[in-house]
Design a protein around this ligand. Structure first.
Ligand SMILES: [Zn+2]
Length: 175
């Protein structure tokens, strides 16, 4: 077993080196998982894009299993509330037979709007990973997340999640 204590410099490790190696591996693995799920959310966003809906996709995960997938269906139902997050939350609650989604993690390609952030609070989801930031409501979302002890993290597959939105509105403008 390796016990290296660095006694010089500003960084004074309190644990043996292998503890940091294990921590690093765990965090690395977690990041890979986050990217894997965000990729699935992005796949949902692509489905929305094909259906000429604003391309936003959501995945809800519980205990490492995907329990719900959805994409924006505002145009299809002519309903302003049919955002991917709302549909995914409804599906997850139905699947679990419980509206309390405490142990669920939500992955969304674009940071939620205020309506969806409200639904996240109400369904008690405590962890949200966003592909890209929604500048329209980021500051308010941060406050809501803080007040409700929700971990709201940005910037996973950011480039891809951003591009799909930008391309969608570019196509619309050209029509
Ligand atoms: Zn929304």
């Amino acid at each position: 077993m390796l016990f290296i204590q660095v006694r010089t410099g500003r960084w004074q490790p309190k644990q043996p080196l292998f503890v940091y190696v294990i921590l690093f591996l765990l965090v690395g693995d977690n990041l890979e998982n986050i990217k894997k799920y965000m990729n699935l959310a992005l796949e949902q966003a692509k489905k929305a894009d094909i259906n000429e809906e604003i391309p936003v996709g959501v995945i809800i995960v519980k205990d490492g299993k995907v329990i719900s997938k959805a994409y924006n269906k505002k145009e299809k139902y002519n309903d302003a509330t049919k955002h991917a997050e709302i549909i995914a939350i409804q599906k997850a609650a139905k699947k679990l037979g419980d509206w309390r989604l405490n142990d669920c993690v939500l992955f969304v390609s674009l940071e939620p709007c205020l309506m969806c952030m409200g639904a996240i609070v109400e369904s008690r989801i405590k962890t949200v990973f966003c592909g890209t930031k929604n500048i329209k409501c980021h500051d308010i979302n941060k406050k809501i997340a803080n007040t409700n002890k929700i971990s709201l993290k940005m910037g996973f597959l950011e480039k891809e999640c951003n591009e799909i939105i930008i391309n969608f509105f570019d196509k619309k403008r050209k029509k």
